[in-house]
Design a protein around this ligand. Structure first.
Ligand code: ATP
Ligand code: MG
Length: 522
């Protein structure tokens, strides 16, 4: 035990580096309740305590930046807190929390690993509860302990949500309202923060771990949690109802194509088609709406890339989990406060070309880098892939075209379309359905240009047939009767043509007269 009972400055913790691989302890402000929010409830414009301001002209540090020192913090309204929890609980918690902070030496605590620090806090809190004669059951005491540990060592009320692997997204809309996405459906979580100032401190804590900061003067920030979860923060004054935090939880056990089959996102033969597309180096764009499963699908496709290939990935926030031995991972960088040091997706993709890639994988194509990716696809980097936000394969093409135009290229539409046709082989469309399930709805080939129009050919589709009593969508995947897709020769080159022919034939569905159903639904 290294408590510092009796020391006169017990409530004034020293700054110390936090233990490795864990957020630094948070300490309360002078009143023991954290930094008072400035008038209007908005976060302070200056960097929070201990967060170093960027040197003018210095690019913002990347993940290797030193971990942030403790951030002033109120005791949170705690883990798995539900709104029904009594005010009495908060009073007890505040009392115990304040006594803990007076007792414990945070400098020393910061040197312990997470487990040892928890043990230390556990011992002291048990002692405080006994000394103060707080009446509590063992279960209540355990809960309080968990709460306090989360506040001191972790991300406060977010901790229990972060620990759950069934949550896809955590969406905090100000201190009082948090939503989560479970099984494809959004629901409100029984979690709240003490106030917007505590929430802002937690946001700050998250983003400062990757060397960034968020406050009134730079209210938008992307970051990543140590476990790989993707984080976005938008703060007041831009977010009108308090700091808004969105976390795409990183799945420890990444989904595989086999699991997608189990979830009915794709059929067995559809899986075979996707694995062939990945292996035979088709240039592929995965299209889909927000949270439709694009990145997951991209991950699955990359599983079929050969071990001998050199793959370079470019992402805004590294999410891909490639299993191959030879992977170079690149991440973009936002500008620093002086507006300098930005490295865009375009810069990364252009640089890739000088790195002797076999394949280039762009996490999400959202701007002028579309041009560079198409060029890469067109110049010997077959099998390159990317995802793109759009609702259908056709829309995917027009989005690509407008992204290229956004880059300031003064090219006629026809030239851009010719370039698209020459570069992209396959568009895979992902969708999140009304019932929360995710489906691969189209595997579509880019065929060519007819006049000024790009022709597409669906080779495999998902067809909606109805809905059951529970509101679950009923449908089936089937091929469209195309026996020789455009990438047939490519498949043959890789000795995959018989597997391809078999998968397409097996996925056929015939009408009453025995003719295979075509591209048109129904
Ligand atoms: N086929 C699936 N079945 C069930 N869950 C899935 C499926 N595909 C993806 N998910 C889950 O859905 C969530 C969103 O997936 P993903 O990150 O791949 O979507 P996205 O389209 O890339 O989202 P964004 O547009 O935000 O980048 C993740 O938690 C992922 O595990
Ligand atoms: Mg994504």
């Amino acid at each position: 035990m290294f408590g510092k009972r009796g020391t006169p400055d017990a409530g004034t913790p020293q700054q110390a580096p936090p233990p490795a691989n864990q957020p630094p302890p948070q300490v309360p402000g002078a009143d023991g309740l954290g930094t008072a929010p400035p008038p209007g409830g908005t976060p302070p414009a200056s960097p929070p305590q201990g967060v170093p301001a960027q040197e003018p002209g210095q690019p913002v540090a990347q993940p290797s930046a030193p971990p942030p020192p403790p951030v002033a913090q109120a005791p949170s309204s705690a883990a798995a807190l539900d709104h029904a929890r009594s005010e009495e609980y908060y009073d007890v918690k505040t009392t115990v929390f304040n006594a803990l902070i007076d007792t414990i030496d945070l400098t020393q605590l910061a040197r312990l690993d997470a487990e040892a620090a928890r043990e230390e806090i556990r011992d002291i809190v048990s002692e405080i509860v006994a000394i103060k004669n707080v009446v509590m059951s063992i279960a209540e005491q355990e809960e309080l302990l968990e709460d306090i540990c989360n506040d001191v060592l972790g991300y406060g009320p977010l901790e229990p949500l972060l620990a759950r692997d069934d949550i896809a997204d955590i969406m905090v809309n100000g201190a009082d309202t948090t939503y989560i996405e479970v099984d494809g459906m959004i629901e409100q979580a029984a979690v709240r923060f003490a106030d917007n100032s505590q929430l802002m401190n937690i946001c700050q804590r998250i983003v400062s771990q990757v060397g960034r900061r968020v406050d009134e003067s730079s209210p938008i920030c992307d970051a990543r949690l140590p476990d790989g979860s993707r984080v976005n923060v938008i703060a007041p004054p831009l977010a009108l109802d308090g700091p808004t935090l969105t976390i795409r939880k990183f799945k420890r056990d990444r989904l595989t194509l086999d699991q997608l089959v189990k979830f009915n996102s794709i059929s067995d033969t559809g899986r075979t088609l996707l694995s062939i597309i990945g292996r035979v180096r088709c240039n592929t764009v995965i299209s889909g709406g927000t949270g439709s499963g694009k990145t997951t699908l991209l991950n699955c496709l990359t599983a079929h890339i050969g071990e001998e290939e050199r793959i370079i990935t470019c992402e805004d926030s590294a999410e891909l989990q490639l299993q191959q031995p030879h992977v170079v991972r690149l991440e973009t960088r936002p500008p620093n406060l002086e507006g300098e040091g930005e490295v865009t997706m375009r810069d990364l993709v252009k640089n890739c070309l000088r790195m002797r890639p076999d394949r280039i994988i762009v996490g999400e194509v959202r701007g002028p880098e579309a041009f560079d990716l198409l060029q890469a696809m067109n110049t010997g980097h077959d099998g390159s892939m990317g995802t793109l936000h759009s609702n259908s394969p056709r829309e995917c093409l027009s989005r690509l075209e407008s992204m290229i135009l956004m880059g300031g290229y003064n090219l006629p539409s026809r030239t851009i379309r010719e370039m698209i046709v020459a570069s992209i082989d396959i568009i895979i469309q992902a969708s999140r359905m009304r019932d929360g399930s995710r489906k691969i709805t189209h595997i579509t080939e880019v065929m060519g240009l007819e006049g000024d129009v790009i022709t597409l050919q669906d080779i495999f589709i998902h067809e909606l047939l109805g809905e059951d009593e529970q509101g679950k969508m009923i449908g089936r995947h089937r091929s469209t009767g195309i026996a020789r897709p455009r990438f047939w020769d490519r498949a043959r080159y890789y000795n995959e043509e018989s597997r391809l022919a078999e998968a397409l034939a097996t996925a056929e569905v015939s009408d009453e007269s025995g003719r295979p159903l075509g591209e048109n639904l129904g």
